[in-house]
Design a protein around this ligand. Structure first.
Ligand code: HEC
Ligand code: HEC
Length: 496
């Protein structure tokens, strides 16, 4: 009897425990802890000016392929989603027809906009050439000044506030000319050699004279005695073995092969999500970083959303990456093998990867790519000594004056120093002090070693010539340098 009661009590207890546990379990799944919240939260402007965000426009609601404003810096806001769709919003035939009609109109607008901002007059600097010794270095500055401002010196005499108020800043950001689809835009010279990369929707917007030489020479840290290892050729999958076998290690050869191998990427692939007429194998690292340098192709940075917030980025060189601790303008990538692994062909969007085919490279493969990247050297700088100072007997008076200003009055060396002329930090230059627009935030310092070979300048190429880059820093750092001092800085940077 006693045992039966005990048994019954135990059964009831177990039953209650099971039901109770399930109820609690269900509630656990449904309830989240509320999190801390300040109830009387007030917005502060943190010194940016109370109406900063309110004064910017909301991003327009546009579909893939539709023309976005060129002055995207005046816009801000949140997009509908961080994810993209691999589906075209129309049939393939409609997509082609749409761009056939739109492209000539768009390119006419782009040409007008660019020639409104820059005077691409084709003037070259006397007797100054890029490292291949064929392509002249372009004279500048070529950014156009507003009416009523007669010289860059007059402009530099105004305060940042006044320049902003009167809308006089000549170096506002540069947007991708078709930011809705965005992605890679190759220069015409490249497309002539690689017609599979010609886009149906737009062309490059900077004249060939203002872009790097093509094909550029290629220098190896391990074979300085050989000079340009490519001997004037573009290194490709079909000639790399003949050029490099017996000169570099088997591991480096393997890495180079991978850097040359095309893989599908956003808008450049074999599916209908593409901007090339024919289906293609995609692009390789060297499609933009040709011969380990750059052909001036531009992209949008993979670091932000919505798409409209992504900054235009000009392809940097891979030369001398062995001396850089910071890779990419904003992503703070710390190694070359990591870069080869993540190079965000698909912007890391899993939906896109599934549709186009993932680029998942094994770790040992991306390590080898990094290993080859590590032997790509800067071009020779015969006037520069072992302590990265000009040899006084080899440099001209003007170049030596440039060096003095670089390390003195110009304060350039506070961010550009050491063997690559870079400090490996990101800096917020706060350029938005000079124009009304969305701040771009911290950007990495780019190395100045070999800089004459990599126009256009700054992350988005808004400074087509070295002289424009000097005018940019003269304004942004409020240096008020004389014309003579600015010319000397240009002459000095050509020696680096
Ligand atoms: C659109 C053409 C394009 C292709 C293809 C491309 N890159 Fe780049 N690369 C760029 C651009 C643009 C940047 C600047 C990115 C940024 O600032 O966020 C860059 C930056 C880099 C950097 C950092 C350089 C620096 O000075 O910070 C490395 C390293 C690099 N790429 C390696 C690669 C490798 C490896 C591949 C192939 C897996 C590759 N790239 C493919 C355009 C390209
Ligand atoms: C506060 C740090 C800082 C100082 C000082 C500075 N720079 Fe820079 N420099 C940068 C940063 C950051 C960038 C990249 C900016 C961007 O891309 O928007 C850059 C980019 C450049 C570029 C373009 C590099 C490229 O690959 O496109 C040139 C040229 C340049 N600087 C020259 C100078 C000169 C000349 C001076 C002195 C008058 C100077 N800088 C002073 C930080 C600095």
């Amino acid at each position: 009897m006693k045992n039966k009661k005990l048994l019954l009590a135990s059964i009831i207890l177990v039953f209650l425990a099971v039901v109770g546990f399930q109820l609690v379990d269900q509630n656990l799944h449904m309830l989240q802890s509320p999190g801390a919240q300040i109830n009387d939260y007030q917005e502060f402007d943190y010194g940016l000016g109370s109406s900063y965000v309110d004064s910017l426009k909301k991003y327009p609601d546009l579909k893939d392929g539709e023309i976005a404003p060129f002055n995207l810096w005046e816009y801000a806001g949140k997009g509908k989603s961080s994810f993209d769709s691999p589906e075209l919003l129309m049939s393939w035939e409609e997509w082609i027809d749409f761009h056939k009609k739109q492209k000539p109109e768009l390119m006419e607008d782009v040409r007008q906009y660019m020639s409104g901002r820059f005077d691409f007059n084709g003037e070259v600097m006397a007797n100054q050439f890029m490292s291949g010794q064929r392509k002249p270095i372009m004279a500048g500055p070529i950014a156009r000044l507003s009416k009523g401002i007669s010289s860059f010196e007059k402009l530099a005499g105004l305060s940042p506030d006044e320049i902003k108020k009167r809308d006089l800043f000549p170096y506002k950001p540069l947007a991708h000319p078709l930011q809705t689809t965005a992605h890679m835009v190759f220069p015409d010279e490249w497309n002539k050699a690689h017609p599979e990369h010609q886009r149906i929707d737009l062309d490059h917007d900077i004249p060939a004279e203002y872009l790097p030489e093509f094909p550029p020479p290629m220098f190896l840290t391990t074979h300085k005695e050989l000079g340009d290892i490519s001997e004037g050729r573009e290194v490709t999958l079909s000639n790399y073995f003949e050029i490099f076998d017996g000169l570099i290690t088997a591991e480096q050869l393997e890495g180079l092969k991978e850097l040359l191998k095309p893989t599908p990427t956003t808008w450049f692939n074999h599916t209908l999500h593409r901007v090339t007429l024919e289906p293609g194998a995609g692009v390789s690292c060297f499609s933009c970083h040709v011969n380990g340098h750059t052909n001036g192709a531009f992209e949008v940075a993979p670091d932000s959303r919505p798409n409209f917030a992504r900054l235009r980025v000009d392809t940097p060189t891979m030369r001398g990456n062995y001396n850089l601790m910071q890779l990419a303008s904003k992503r703070s990538i710390r190694s070359m093998d990591h870069f080869a692994e993540v190079e965000e062909y698909f912007d890391g969007d899993p939906g896109m990867q599934q549709a186009i085919g993932p680029r998942s490279q094994k770790r040992e493969v991306t390590n080898r790519m990094g290993d080859f990247n590590a032997i790509l050297d800067f071009a020779p700088a015969p006037k520069l000594g072992p302590l990265d100072k000009l040899f006084p007997d080899k440099a001209t008076k003007q170049e030596l004056l440039g060096e003095k200003i670089f390390f003195g009055k110009g304060q350039c060396s506070s961010c550009h120093s050491g063997p690559a002329f870079v400090d490996d930090y990101l800096h917020d230059l706060q350029v938005e002090r000079f124009y009304k627009g969305r701040p771009e935030g911290p950007i990495k310092t780019f190395p100045l070693r070999g800089i004459k070979d990599s126009p256009p300048y700054l992350h988005d190429g808004r400074c087509p010539t070295l002289a424009d880059a000097v005018e940019f820093f003269n304004l942004v750092l409020e240096l008020e340098l004389s014309k003579e001092e600015k010319n000397a800085l240009v002459a000095y940077m050509i020696c680096l």
